[in-house]
Structures are given as structure tokens and as C-alpha cells.
Design a binder for this molecule. Structure first.
Ligand code: ARG
Length: 401
């Protein structure tokens, strides 16, 4: 697709993306590489990253703080969608990718670059998410993916980098591959590649173990307005603070750990450990407030579409016509989703123990009660069932007599 002159690279500071800088220049003839790193709340991981990019040969290094859009524009819609890939994974890593790609494209435009690049390998989901998003937002930009093409082993990659002054990673402290942001940690590889092997406690970083979590239950109230969480324990908080607070409450009680086998886009099954305490807690509470405020047919239909929404996001189609249409449905479904859910956290568990909605509860005690104030018209049931069961009785008359 022709040579790129100036390329903006999605940069993480790791060996692969660092080696991408000299590689793009030497092997792809790129004149100028700009390194862009996204701050998604991953903390000290970003320390020294600017210097590292420049030392590796980047002409410019940019760090953009994307925490606010990450939570408001990506995590919050995922909570409204109860998004759980394969019914389990709340997409903590996946949700970040379209945002990073969108910013990458924006920076490329601002700096008048003619290409963008990333350092993903050819086995994972992230390459799919980056490529598909970039294609959707900027089909004209050249997309360079050296780590998918260079065919170097880890040792060869490190050796290549050393030639261009990239210091090899200090003796790898951990055998795991970890992705971190404000929504959680994803951990894979090393001993976890044996799916029957229990994860060592050392893999976890933001949730307490069962033995280290408090012996006393902790109650937490989560309040929603139009399907968005807006307050915790009665305290109104902005979206980023909601996530932080939910992370700390759930995390200290050991809730939010997942150990799953997951189907990657490229057809491979992989074993993943996740810690997503706040996100899982908020989704659980959101499902509950919906069960109180939405009618059964809407709940059922939404449940099916939620699966599809999560699949689309997992598979890289955040920016796509189908996802946008589903967003329209979900947004419409959330207008009456208001109220508060009470959850009890204890030793890795989170149990719903109460829910209320002052204006939108569809729970009518006069109808539900078994007591004397019952207002349900019992006699109407007979006629209803006569008609309801009619097709079934006809079937039996005709076929079973
Ligand atoms: N499998 C997850 C996903 O595709 C997370 C992968 C994150 N990377 C890692 N090093 N664990 O969303």
C-alpha cells in the first residue's frame, strides 16, 4: 500500500512497541514515528514512557489522559448493556481499544501523518479491534503492523532492539502477560496456560483473597438514573469516581475475580484471569434494577441483544452500523431504569439483598401479595388459561386421542 512518511504508533512502553519504532524506520522506510500512549488509569506503568519512546527513536511522544471518555463513553454504555462476553467477561480490556484507536486516528490527523501503527501480534483480539476500528474511522490512513509481520522470537526482538539502544526489560519479574486499566486487570500466559492449574495468588493485584478479605459482610447501595450508576451509598459521584469507589469496595471483599476459558476472534481458546471488581458489581446491580423497572418482554429481548452487543465489542465492531442501532435500542430501554439496589459483599460473593425505585417500580404489592389486601382478580385466571392453553389442547384432541 505504498510507503508511509509519518506514522503515529500506539505505544505501550513494552519491548514489542519499542522495537516497532526503529523497525518502522529501518525496515518500512518511515521517516518519522510519533509515539502515542493512552492513560487509561493504569498508574505507574506510564512512568518514564516519554523518555523511553524518544530514546527508541520517536520524534515526539504524546501521552493522552483518556480516563474520563473511557469511563463515560465506553464503560457506562457497557453497564447499561450488561455487557458480558460469553456471559462472563465484562470487556475491561476490549472496551479500551476503540478509544485508543480513535485517539490514534485523531492525532494522526492533527499531525498530518499519513499512517498509523500498532505493536500487536497476530494471535490476539487487540489487533482485530485496532484494525477494524481504524478501518471504520479512517480507511484512507496507511496501517502498519510490524509485530505481526516480523516473525522474530522474543529473544530476537530484544536483540534487534538492543542494536538501536532499546534496553532489554530488566529480568522479567513475572511470567504473566498483564493488561491493566481503571476497569480491571487481565492476566494470561505462564503457568496459567494449563487450564487445570489453579492461579497462584500472586497473579492478583486489585482484589483481596478470600482469606484476606473482611469476615464481616459489607452492604453497598448503588443508585441508577436512566440506567447509569450515579451514587454509591447515597453519595452522588461522577462516573470515574463511581468506578473507583466500586472497585475499592468490591475489591477489598474479594469480589470480581474471573477464571475463564474464552473464545478469541481468531478461533483460539485461551485461559484468562480477570479482576474487574467495580464493573462486575455495577453490572450486577444494573441487571437487578432493570428486573424491577422493565417489563418481561423488554427484559427478554434486551437480554438477547446484550449478548450480541458484547460480541460486537469483543470482536472489534464498536464503530459499526449494527452496534449503533443496538445502542439506539438500549438507550431507549433505559429511560425508566431508575432506583437503588442493595448488595451484600462477603468473601468474594456479592448478593443482591434489596431493590427499590420510587417512580418506576413495576412491582405492585396489591397484585403480588398473598395477604388479605390482595387485589388480583383470581377469577379472570380461568378464562385467560382457557384461551392461553387452547392451541395445546387442540393439538392433543387431534393427535393424541
Ligand atoms: N482476552 C482479553 C481480551 O481480548 C484480554 C487480553 C489482554 N491481554 C493480556 N495480556 N492479558 O479482551
Amino acid at each position: 500500500m505504498g510507503r508511509a512518511r509519518k506514522v503515529v504508533l500506539a505505544y505501550s512502553g513494552g519491548v514489542d512497541t519499542s522495537v516497532c519504532i526503529p523497525y518502522l524506520k529501518k525496515e518500512y522506510g518511515v521517516e518519522e514515528v510519533v509515539a502515542f500512549a493512552a492513560d487509561l488509569g493504569q498508574g505507574d506503568e506510564l512512568e518514564g514512557i516519554k523518555e523511553k519512546a524518544i530514546k527508541s527513536g520517536a520524534s515526539k511522544s504524546i501521552i493522552a489522559n483518556l480516563v474520563k471518555p473511557f469511563i463515560e463513553d465506553f464503560a457506562f454504555p457497557a453497564i447499561r448493556s450488561n455487557a458480558l462476553y460469553q456471559g462472563k467477561y465484562p470487556l475491561s480490556t476490549a472496551l479500551a481499544r476503540p478509544l485508543i484507536a480513535r485517539k490514534l486516528v485523531q492525532i494522526a490527523r492533527e499531525l498530518n501523518a499519513d499512517g498509523v501503527a500498532h505493536g500487536c501480534t497476530g494471535k490476539g483480539n487487540d489487533q482485530v479491534r485496532f484494525d477494524v476500528t481504524i478501518g471504520a474511522l479512517a480507511p484512507d490512513l496507511k496501517l502498519l503492523t510490524p509485530a505481526r509481520e516480523w516473525g522474530m522470537s522474543r529473544e530476537e526482538t530484544i536483540a534487534y532492539g538492543e542494536k538501536y539502544g532499546i534496553v532489554p526489560p530488566v529480568s522479567k519479574k513475572t511470567p504473566y502477560s498483564i493488561d491493566l486499566n481503571l476497569l480491571g486487570r487481565s492476566i494470561e500466559a505462564g503457568p496459567l496456560e494449563d487450564p487445570f492449574q489453579m492461579p497462584a495468588e500472586e497473579v492478583y493485584g486489585i482484589t483481596s483473597s478470600i482469606s484476606n478479605s473482611p469476615d464481616e459482610p459489607e452492604l453497598v447501595d448503588i443508585s441508577f438514573e436512566v440506567g447509569y450508576p450515579v451514587a454509591i451509598n447515597g453519595e452522588r459521584l461522577d462516573p470515574v469516581s463511581i468506578i473507583k469507589k466500586a472497585n475499592s469496595i468490591a475489591g477489598r471483599n474479594g469480589f470480581g475475580r474471573l477464571d475463564i476459558i474464552e473464545d478469541r476472534v481468531v478461533g483460539i481458546k485461551s485461559r484468562e484471569i480477570y479482576e474487574t471488581p467495580g464493573l462486575l458489581l455495577l453490572i450486577k446491580a444494573h441487571q437487578e434494577i432493570e428486573s424491577l423497572t422493565l417489563p418481561a418482554d423488554l427484559l427478554n429481548t434486551k437480554f438477547r441483544l446484550e449478548r450480541q452487543w458484547a460480541n460486537l465489542v469483543y470482536q472489534g465492531f464498536w464503530f459499526s452500523p449494527l452496534k449503533e442501532a443496538l445502542d439506539g435500542f438500549i438507550n431507549c430501554s433505559q429511560q425508566q431504569v431508575n432506583g437503588t439496589v442493595r448488595i451484600r459483599l462477603l468473601k468474594g460473593n456479592a448478593d443482591v439483598i434489596g431493590r427499590k425505585s420510587s417512580n418506576n417500580s413495576l412491582y405492585i404489592s396489591d397484585l403480588s401479595t398473598y395477604g388479605s389486601d390482595d387485589n388480583f382478580q383470581h377469577k379472570s385466571a380461568e378464562g385467560f388459561i382457557y384461551i392461553w392453553g387452547l392451541p395445546n389442547r387442540i393439538w392433543s384432541w387431534i393427535n393424541k386421542s
